[in-house]
Design a protein around this ligand. Sequence first.
Ligand code: NAD
Length: 425
Amino acid sequence: MPVKKRTSQNILLSTALENFYGAAEEMGLDDDLVEILSRPERSLCVSLPVTMDDGSIRVFEGYRVQYSTALGPAKGGFRYHPNVDLEECEALGSLMTWKCSLAGIPYGGGKGGISCDPSELSMPEKERLTRTFAARVAPIVGEWTDIPAPDVNTGAQEMVWFMDTISKMRGRLEPGIVTGKPVSIWGSRGRNAATGVGVATCVMELLKTEGVDVKGARVIIQGFGNVGSHAALTMVKSGAKIVGVSDVTGGYYAPGGIDIRKAVEHVNANPKKTLEGFKGPGLNKIDGDDILTQETDVLAPCALEGAVNAKNAANIKARYIVEGANGPVTPEADEIVGEKGIMVVPDFLANSGGVIGSYFEWVQNLNGFFWTEEEYNHRLIPIMTDNFYRVWNYSREYGEKMRRAAFLVAIKRVADAVKMRGTFL
Ligand code: NAD
């Protein structure tokens, strides 16, 4: 029977499916595996009646999709956003499946969320909503079945409410049921910096393998939040020269290099937590978008999706782009920079330090024994390095771009697991 290809009106899901079918065809994946891997294993839709502060009851819609558990428990965040629906969760769950596979951790992929505008909810309303969601998805989540995490508009507080609700329902503490908890409540030291440390590891290995001396190599980082600032701090420790940074307040460019520790101190001391007003030797304040097209060896977009796009791609002067953010290079821009010979390290490899960090939190929760930040990084960096070379080697061997190579490596690992585990009965 020929494969019956799925289609969707949802742009995220149709793109995810198209990419999957394209890769599956290229790698000659068996039709039955294509059928299996183009569908989620399990999807749960829940209705969530919540008592609002004024005494009225509103019913919200929530979702949890376990896209694949072939490699281990489903892993992926849950988000609060008006656009959340089942198909979006399916698409994001499939991306988590490939990301966890590529990261080499024993997890499948999933995603969930609630269709709501969290800016309209008070804290007590958010708490009741989160606890109702936890109770409704309780039958399918667990530390060996499905482990949620923070995502858009959810964070440490929502994770603690989720864990607390399930623990009370089950009559025993279930710390490993979610990751992204605060350090004081079964969270992990090192998690905060993990994604940036991972991005920096990819940059440094890339430079080494390309024969570029890391000492003095020029790097520009767009976005100076969690990912960008930790990536910058880690890179300067190895001798790289950060010549440009940017955030919502604009671009800061200094061809001679920026004192990153001072930049971080400035942001921490600024009540708005931005670079606004930051000054230094040879530092020029420029337009935020112009930072992307300055002279540099590496450009690491660590802010928003679509930062490098059809409008500015032709003007990028970097030799390498390492995607710290999710989807910062659009497909059109990817073609343009590819033609210019610029190599792109894709997001689901470069920013996978975050999900590897979640895995470390879960491992510590299962053991009830916590690591120091040094121990954490001591384990994170070798895994990131291995993953980088797995993709790099595939890309060299088969003449594929890094993005395609990463996708093929990731799909193959899941497909092999499905094949080996077989169908039930
Ligand atoms: P953050 O909110 O801590 O920081 C975002 C930074 O981007 C801020 O400095 C902000 O000022 C800046 N910014 C916003 N708009 C900008 C613009 N137009 N130009 C330049 N800078 C701009 O967020 P984060 O946690 O660092 O996440 C950044 C990206 O990385 C997102 O795409 C996120 O999905 C992705 N990501 C984050 C993690 C993680 O662990 N934090 C993991 C994987 C992927």
